[in-house]
Design a protein around this ligand. Sequence first.
Ligand code: NDP
Ligand code: 2IT
Length: 448
Amino acid sequence: MLPVDEKLKDFYQEIIRRNQGEPEFHQAVLEVLGSLGPVLAKHPELREHKVIERICEPERQVMFRVPWQDDKGTVWINRGFRVQFNSALGPYKGGLRFHSSVNLSVIKFLGFEQTFKNALTGMPIGGGKGGSDFDPKGHTDNEVMRFCQSFMTELYRHIGEYKDVPAGDIGVGAREIGFLFGQYKRITNRYESGVLTGKGLDWGGALVRKEATGYGLVFFMQEMLKARGQSFEGKTCVVSGSGNVSLYTIEKVQQLGGKVIACSDSGGYIYDENGIDLECVKQIKEVRRGRISEYSKSQPRCKYIAGGSIWDVPCDIALPCATQNELNGRDATSLVKNGCKFVAEGANMPTTPEGTKIFHDAGVAFGPGKAANAGGVATSALEMQQNASRDAWTFEYTEQRLADIMVGIHQRCYETAEEFGTPGNYVNGANISGFIKVARAMVALGLI
Ligand code: NDP
Ligand code: 2IT
């Protein structure tokens, strides 16, 4: 267990008791509580208002049945979720995840994290998350469409431009957002562009949203490097996953002079010492929806390692971009031993608490997901802004806005960590800065 302030220990036990069988949610709460001791010492009024207790309880949780038929006519039943965590700063905002591992614990941890992440962006957005235990992998476009239509047939009543604005996450990309938006439009008879983000560029989507999480992660890492007088130039990087976040992380690292030598999917990882050929990975993943193992067929110099840990590949910079708890204590030890000095999380909570502690103890610069991957949701807020004004910005302008936002988030985390007596600790910086912003709004809005 992470060290938690004495005053918060009983409260954490209460979280466990009230949210049984939800280990991911417990983990996410504990990680934030671990930073809040000094905040309570400085702001005793937050205790009086029971802000921590309120912030850990979602405002609303919806669970629903999603029946659908596959191409053979067989009936399937999945479970849908939307957890509307906190709307003190704006409408609930956060992605939808379609993956077999989705359950209430996973959606609650993601919604909780999202609340602080969204606060860190400085944009007017609250926190929420949703999804289903349906996995689009292996299904035809028609099956995915029928699933999305059934999912939205319930979800539509809970969302709206001023209420709750979902987007993508694992298993939900432009194809799924298209089917979801189409069904929302059909049911409500409204072309409400601002109800979903990550839309296609032809029908209300924003340039740079697809690239934003990966690009933003790399902009954040660039600031971490600068803070230690370094740059991407000539550094080797390992990026886990090969989905939306990973692909555009690799792209921006390469543009900035770094070399990405490994990436993965849930089957295994590829190692290419000359640097990954990104166009080849995009063909496999974005165009063919294939497996990363196919890369070695067209790139004979590359090694494919089935199973195994990608974190055993020596590198200067590690960027976990797949899923929660994909980098554990053993992996962190291996990275540190091999000389890795910088880690930033593209995924949400990919590093276990043991892994984080090992990085901190070894003096590795560690950027937590709620700060480092906030570029995706920040650019979603820019998409909402464009939709509201019926405008469409250029790629260059939008990318510059994203870069500025990431520099701002880094600065806020860096300065807050110093102010609260833990210089260089981005975990404390992100947790405290995000928490204070939401807490102040909650106090100002009365007992909500
Ligand atoms: P994608 O579905 O596009 O890609 C997910 C990648 O992670 C795939 O390579 C997938 O491999 C791998 N992966 C997923 N689950 C597992 C698992 N249980 N074990 C091993 N590998 C796994 O999702 P995204 O790229 O959008 O999301 C990746 C991470 O980034 C998630 O943690 C998400 O919450 C986070 N994130 C996403 C944002 C966004 O804008 N999309 C914004 C901020 C954070 P396989 O294909 O084999 O399943
Ligand atoms: O985890 C995340 O920040 C996302 N999946 C993006 C959310 C969004 O609303 O763009």
